[in-house]
Design a protein around this ligand. Sequence first.
Ligand code: HEM
Length: 242
Amino acid sequence: MEVFSQAGGEMLSRWGHYMAGVTWVGLLYYFNFVQAPSFAEFEAAARTEALSKLVPRALWWFKFAAMLTLATGIMILGFQENLSGGEYFKTAPGISISTGILLALVMFGNVFSVILPNQKVVIASAGSVAAGGAPDPAAPAASRKVLLASRANALFSIPMLWFMGVTSHLAPAYAIHPKGGNRGIYWLITLAMVIVLELNGTGRLGGTAPGGTRAYLDDHKKSIIAGFVLWGIFVAMWELLF
Ligand code: HEM
């Protein structure tokens, strides 16, 4: 086997990619499905201690895993031979990985523009309380933003992981060159869905209050169901358009 070759480079990038991806998304699921519901039942003192000793460690791994996932994902693209000529992105595998990358980039943006900065406010407030000071009045709103963006990311991760895996393992079974017009319709619907879900999940579309248009983010179980519904819409589009 030639590890030190283009194919070897691609394989090593893939290995690093899914190890980093598992770490990122594994922690995302831990935050959503384990930590948030547990914290809601914790005594205030226990929550404060966990926020200053446990959460920063989890966030360190979360942050660097997200960065490494992106870097290794770009490396896979760089090592791939089939990207030359620009035709790749018109094929079924090209459209599949582009959809996965779009979802992953939105998730990445949520980590660095919403989750980490707002968690910093929450952790600093817990630190102040632990030191005998007052909590930051901005902390509850920051915590709510983290919760929503984190649930939106769990939702996006479900179709995202489908497209990451399907690209090499299933998409070649679809027509190789989906018709241009159908590609246009696909991207129009995809972008519209992702933009609306993202604006809604970050509170830019009507605030961060529970219920209403954000009811699917009210708890993690609803977010998981919404993720599978989004996945179903994608699968239906692939069946009907390609
Ligand atoms: C952050 C932006 C990301 C980029 C640019 C990216 C890019 C890629 C690329 C180019 C591939 C190869 C597709 C192919 O088979 O041709 C891939 C596969 C994959 N990605 Fe990502 N990805 C990203 C995020 C993620 C995340 C967050 C995960 C979470 C676990 C992930 C998990 C995977 C997995 C499991 C594969 C399949 C590997 C295989 O079948 O060999 N990716 N990704």
